[in-house]
Design a protein around this ligand. Structure first.
Ligand code: NAP
Length: 350
């Protein structure tokens, strides 16, 4: 039986990947960070909480990383843990550099010291491209990061390549375009929209407040993408791959479709606030997944409309259950979409 270690198993991709690898017969180990209240809701939601071997690991501590590898004895490591939100990276650029950038080198060093045969997947991102080109973007397109998050990920991308080239590790980057699901974090715009639309539909909220609604993103479905991660590590040689749908849609289109599915009029619910805009914006991303399609036989399955539908309907069903006193496994009851959290770094003109 193969063994996999997933860092960030409590996140969207970590949870889906754990479930996917179990379906392939893997023994799955997952790391989480110790918090006062552990964040295991996604593992519970997917019904795998008791099947994942959980290891508390600190990404800033090489000893802790070595210990996780020692315990799990993995054939494959999927390094997903990161401060993954672009907006927060402007507020905490140094912490983002540590966790999203430098921690990848700690992981690679640990592999080099412990067992050079462990295969390593690094979670790279389409944010690396910034506004470098209007695309479609592929493995050969130059990078031009536009946020502390993307800059930290760029470092992490190159360290993964460096350990592959310099030390012969099987280390590969998946350059993944945005992928969403009903277990996406609430701070990300897609889930922020579907959660707010569900609340408006049920009369709990009146408005969804958004920043830049003219950004375009290539949005896929997270379960499709975790399969791609696995395929990247099953390839004969360690290589970097773009995973994308090849289609792009604006935030406004996402909102409009979510409203249509919920039976609401977009103009009645949308409020745009420039205070939510970032110091630098990535305007338009669309990927070219041809290499993964040809060499890995990977393709996305879920289309944009179905993705928005699943997310919107799931959030409506959750809120409906919640207000009717039925049990729901989710995150949203503790989260206020239109909260007054103060942006420490980039409060723009309101
Ligand atoms: P996510 O839901 O935000 O999950 C991030 C994971 O990292 C969570 O398990 C989180 O733990 C953990 N984490 C955050 N800060 C940490 C810290 N200081 N120490 C230890 N663990 C920490 O992100 P995702 O969507 O699953 O994405 C997985 C990876 O792919 C990330 O590296 C992300 O940057 C990258 N990526 C995502 C996308 C996308 O569209 N989803 C696209 C390209 C690349 P908690 O649960 O405790 O917060």
């Amino acid at each position: 039986m193969k063994r996999a270690l997933i860092t960030g198993v409590t996140g969207q991709d970590g949870a889906y990947l754990a479930k996917f690898l179990m379906s392939k017969g893997y023994e799955v180990y997952g790391t989480y960070r110790r918090l006062s209240t552990p964040n295991f809701w996604r593992l519970n939601y997917l019904g795998i909480m008791r099947k994942v071997n959980l290891i508390s690991m600190d990404l800033n501590d090489t000893t802790s990383i070595m210990e996780s590898i020692e315990i799990s004895q993995p054939d494959e490591i999927y390094h997903l843990a990161a401060q993954s939100f672009v907006g927060a990276s402007f507020e905490q650029p140094i912490a983002t550099g540590e966790v999203t950038g430098l921690a990848t080198t700690r992981m690679l060093e640990a592999i080099l010291k412990r067992d050079k045969d462990i295969k390593f997947y690094n979670a790279s991102t389409s944010e690396l491209y910034g506004n470098s080109s209007s695309g479609p973007l592929d493995e050969a397109t130059p990078f031009k990061p536009q946020s502390p998050y993307a800059t930290a990920k760029l470092y992490s991308y190159w360290m993964t390549r460096l350990y592959r080239d310099a030390y012969g590790l099987f280390a590969a980057n998946g350059i993944l375009f945005n992928h969403e699901s009903p277990i996406r974090g609430l701070e990300f715009v897609t889930r922020k929209i579907t959660n707010a639309i569900a609340k408006i539909k049920l009369g709990i909220e009146k408005k969804v407040i958004l920043g830049n609604i003219e950004s375009f993103r290539d949005w896929g479905y997270a379960p499709d993408y975790v399969e791609g991660m696995w395929k990247i590590l099953q390839n004969e040689t360690p290589e970097d791959f773009v995973l994308a749908t090849g289609e792009t849609h604006s935030v406004k289109e996402f909102l409009s479709l979510s409203c249509e599915i919920a039976g609401l009029a977009m103009d009645d619910v949308l409020e745009v606030s420039s205070s939510l805009k970032r110091p630098l914006e990535v305007h338009y991303l669309v990927g070219n997944p041809s290499k993964a399609e040809v060499e890995l036989n990977w393709t996305h399955r879920m289309e944009f409309r179905d993705l928005v539908k699943e997310m919107t309907e799931e959030d409506i069903a959750r809120w409906d259950s919640f207000i009717n006193g039925k049990p729901v496994i989710w995150d949203a009851q503790h989260y206020d979409d239109n909260n007054n959290i103060i942006k420490t770094r980039y409060k723009m003109d309101a």
